[in-house]
Design a protein around this ligand. Structure first.
Ligand code: NAP
Length: 312
């Protein structure tokens, strides 16, 4: 199938570009700000979208024939779904195929933070191990109390993994789930007060902005570790930095930030933060599966078949 009526917008890697080229022969744009200058944009019926720049009413109105925005990623907070609805545009995402990787990274950051793996590695590399002896004792992680903020697809994978680490599982979601043995909390402050580790696996967007508030961080407390693999917007970053600086929180493992990749430079000075560059789904295998699901959704739309993973 080829169609020049497809725009592929965003930083697709060479393999993704080649597959898109072979399937749709799209016009490649590096970002949505390039749409306006494209001749032939009136004929575009599908957008393969990758990235976190907003794609909303202004961009959709430049593409009057648009029928689908297929997002690369499960989180579609960059896409204005209400604006798409209002124009009869379908939105798809790439759920499930990335949940294992994101959950793996969440657990890894928790263990890295608690066991001070980066500092311990530096200790060995710097010669301190030989010169000064064994690394100072750190903190047991298995058997603790874990709170999952958002028990969706990724949240459940994280909870399953932490249960295997003999942890007591608590969670918050908008409704109680059928998860015997796990404790439901109807508000995030109650959840944070009941656990040692708080792992954020919510959707992003305005409805969840700053759910991890100063009050939640205070409830988590000085022994608490926060892990965020969802979106930077879910956390009050000022409150987080203050808690990390003051000892109000033991530490954090963060894959996502406000204003990434230009993150708040105060994070770089905090030894009690494990920083990851938003690479939760960043494995060769998973990115290939995400890219294929994105292409399959566009192919379904162009051939009139049911969409595989519709959002709206
Ligand atoms: P999901 O299955 O839709 O789960 C989302 C969770 O958010 C659910 O527990 C849901 O609660 C909760 N939620 C949604 N709207 C809410 C609201 N208004 N208030 C409170 N809670 C709300 O999504 P998923 O597949 O697990 O993905 C979760 C997020 O992870 C994505 O949206 C994305 O932002 C992020 N992500 C990050 C990476 C990375 O690289 N770090 C990779 C992939 C995804 P209910 O159960 O009550 O519906």
């Amino acid at each position: 199938m080829t169609s020049s009526n497809v725009f592929a917008i965003g930083p697709f890697n060479p393999e993704e570009r080649a597959a898109l080229q072979e399937t749709f022969a799209p016009v490649f744009l590096s970002g949505p700000d390039e749409i306006a200058a494209q001749e032939g944009r009136d004929a575009v019926s599908a957008v393969a979208y990758k990235g976190h720049a907003p794609f909303g009413a202004a961009q959709m109105d430049l593409l009057p024939g648009l029928g689908i925005v297929a997002n690369y990623g499960v989180g579609y907070d960059a896409i204005d779904v209400a604006a798409a609805d209002a124009r009869g545009i379908k939105v798809t995402n790439t759920p499930d195929v990335l949940s294992d990787d994101v959950a793996d990274l969440a657990v890894a950051m928790l263990i890295m933070q608690g066991r001070q793996m980066i500092q311990a590695s530096d200790w060995a590399r710097s010669g301190n191990w030989a010169a000064k002896g064994e690394y100072p004792l750190n903190r047991k992680i298995s058997g603790g109390r874990a709170g999952i903020l958002g028990l969706g697809r990724i949240g459940r994978e994280i909870a399953d993994r932490l249960a295997a680490f003999k942890m007591d599982i608590h969670y918050f979601a908008r409704s109680e789930k059928d998860t015997p043995g796990w404790t439901y909390h109807s508000d995030p402050v109650s959840l944070a007060g009941a656990v040692d580790y708080l792992i954020v696996a919510l959707v992003g967007g305005p409805d969840t902005a700053n759910i991890v508030s100063a009050e939640v961080l205070a409830a988590l407390g000085p022994r608490g570790i926060l892990v965020n693999i969802s979106r930077g917007s879910c956390v009050d970053e000022e409150a987080l930095i203050a808690a990390l600086q003051s000892g109000g929180l033991a530490g954090a493992g963060l894959d996502v930030f406000l204003n990434e990749p230009n993150i708040d430079p105060r994070f770089y000075d905090l030894p009690n933060v494990v920083i990851q560059p938003h690479q939760g789904s960043g494995t060769v295998e998973t990115r290939a599966a995400m890219a294929k699901l994105q292409r399959d959704n566009i192919a379904a739309h162009l051939t009139g078949a049911p969409l595989l993973t519709p959002v709206n």
